[in-house]
Design a protein around this ligand. Sequence first.
Ligand SMILES: [Ca+2]
Length: 531
Amino acid sequence: MVSRFFKGFRLSRVVLVLCCACSGIFFPLWGEAGDLDSHTGSRLNGRPNIVLILADDLGWADPGFHGGDVRLTPMIDQLAREGMQLDQFCMTPVCATSRSALLTGRYPFRQWMDWRSEDFGKPDYLALLNIPLARLADGTPTRRIHGLNPRERTLADALHETGYTTAMIGKWHLGEWLPEHLPLARGFDHQYGHYGWGIDYNSYLIPHNAPQPFCVFDWHRDQQPVLEKGYSTDLIADEAIRLMTIHAEGREPFFHYVAFNAIHGPLEEIPRHRDVFDKRGAAIRCLDEAVGRIVHSIEHLGIAENTLVIFTNDNGGLTEEVNRPWRGTKNTTFEGGIRVPCVFRWPGVITPASVCKELMHVTDVFPTLVSIGGGSTNQALPLDGHDMSTVIFEGKKSPRTEILIEATGSVRLPSVRSGQWKLVGDALFNLEADPSEQDDVSELHPEIVIELRERILTLSAERPPLGDLSHVMDPALPFVYGQLENASVPEEIRSHVEKARRNQQQIWEAGTYPWPPPPQNGQITYEGDGR
Ligand SMILES: [Ca+2]
């Protein structure tokens, strides 16, 4: 279907960009590059390169194109001007859950990925499941291993099957220990970045390893630990550009999943822009520069018209203020927790500065990109996502009328969207009349409440048993994530970790933890940087 979009494609003018070797700095030079080789389109056989950029914990209102400070996001705003904004694109409320849905096209409850891997080491989370904290033979408390089920077919698997070269660059968060949970076993040819939920940007340490309150090193290239220097936002862009430069020369298209840890906490040690912006603003500005460098490299390589660039974010921001006009935050099922900025840019195919107001969900990304990539979604595990390519390319109506936002059995309120109606726990909202979810109209429409509640229960009944939780992290406090990598840790990384641990809080009183408690009745208040 997509191949006809390529007819007559010729790259006549491109933006020439000289990318400075220094991270975060580029000098755009607008000019005429003349006709580029026409083999670029034919080598792809109608299948574009796909660069899927995911930010972390950005707010709906952060980008300039959503009313944010335009000084923070000039490059992301330019992407929006050159592409299509998806105005009703919904993720899930938290990191791992969204990443699971993104890569499988299936609701996270189907793999228990509405629970994060680290939750299985947290006594306060385990208590909600009536599961005891695991202990090693010597009594040391440790984490039960939970990751994306290896039976799942990932987006990278599906694109790889059609010939795409695949790379996962940045934050993974679908399992950090066993080899079968890591990117190279999940359809990716290349891996770079971190496996867990949130690193320190300059030291690449995850600050705690529940139930252990001490840090673990988490930075890897092709699943080998690497100790580098630099700010992770810049390093992720560097690697994306490095791999893109190689893969653009290949015979097959590439799929790069570029998942920045920005702007997840901690918001500290930001290398630039602190003289103008607060920490959060500076982190966003650095993210914007990184996105800009990637996009300019695509143009510099002469592959812009054969490359679909997607920019989006994994869940809502930590405060309602950054998610305005929506109610709620990350880890809630209100619109502020799930509705995220999303831009698709594909020059010559997608109308610039366009806005699509159709309802879409993160699970739709899998079938949409597989369709664009010429692959098949004929698979054993049925998808919850819909192919949105005709919605995006031809302006058709979205086939989606419903989103199961949370099933029963997660720490968040069971919630579903059906057309204009949305049930959040027991509260009913009419999103058409009340998009900010201020007026609970459940008493006015009890029949709709019953209908939506039954729909949640029907879908939730498809949740499988939790399955085998007998694998535990051993040792309870590794130096490096990745079971195989931790078996032989380079001395410089071992000493890097030991030094950092000496500077951490050594003793925690019983019942206190270095991580936020689970949401209570659909509410959560983040303190500090939200870790
Ligand atoms: Ca997140």
